[in-house]
Ligand binder design. Structure first.
Ligand SMILES: [Zn+2]
Length: 140
């Protein structure tokens, strides 16, 4: 899956840059996972809909384009990240977590979001990238 490889490479590169800047492994991990998350969400939706885990079949699904548009879309991205940020805030507000943990949580979510946005940016460039590699299908 060339698409997946590009995202893994971008994830590793951003994890490396974040580590150089912040020296924190959990930030690196968050931005790495963020780079993979849109496709993980997309595939999860397809797997739930088709009730199977056959990756090749899911990628060829008629709904692939739809779930791709959804996971990469502005509204899904906004609602998804606002959900996690608000959840962190509520846990802190109702004293389930301490202030320090709350800040750590929000930082992780921010790095996850940055990775997510990098993925979307790469996906939108993908048509351009693959214009030079016409034999490779655009899968992820
Ligand atoms: Zn993607």
């Amino acid at each position: 899956m060339p698409g997946a490889l590009i995202h893994i490479a971008a994830g590793l590169l951003s994890a490396f840059i974040v580590f150089r800047l912040y020296k924190k492994l959990e930030f690196s991990l968050a931005i790495f996972l963020g780079n993979l998350l849109p496709d993980v969400i997309k595939i999860s939706f397809l797997a739930m809909y088709h009730k199977n885990l056959d990756l090749t079949g899911l990628i060829q699904s008629n709904y692939h384009h739809f779930t791709h548009g959804l996971a990469n879309g502005l509204w899904f991205t906004l609602v998804f990240f606002i959900f996690w940020i608000v959840l962190g805030w509520l846990l802190y507000h109702y004293h389930f977590v301490k202030k320090k943990k709350f800040y750590e949580w929000e930082e992780l979510i921010i790095f996850l979001l940055i990775g997510y946005i990098i993925h979307i940016a790469l996906d939108s460039l993908e048509v351009f990238i693959y214009a030079f590699l016409p034999s490779i299908p655009i899968w992820l």
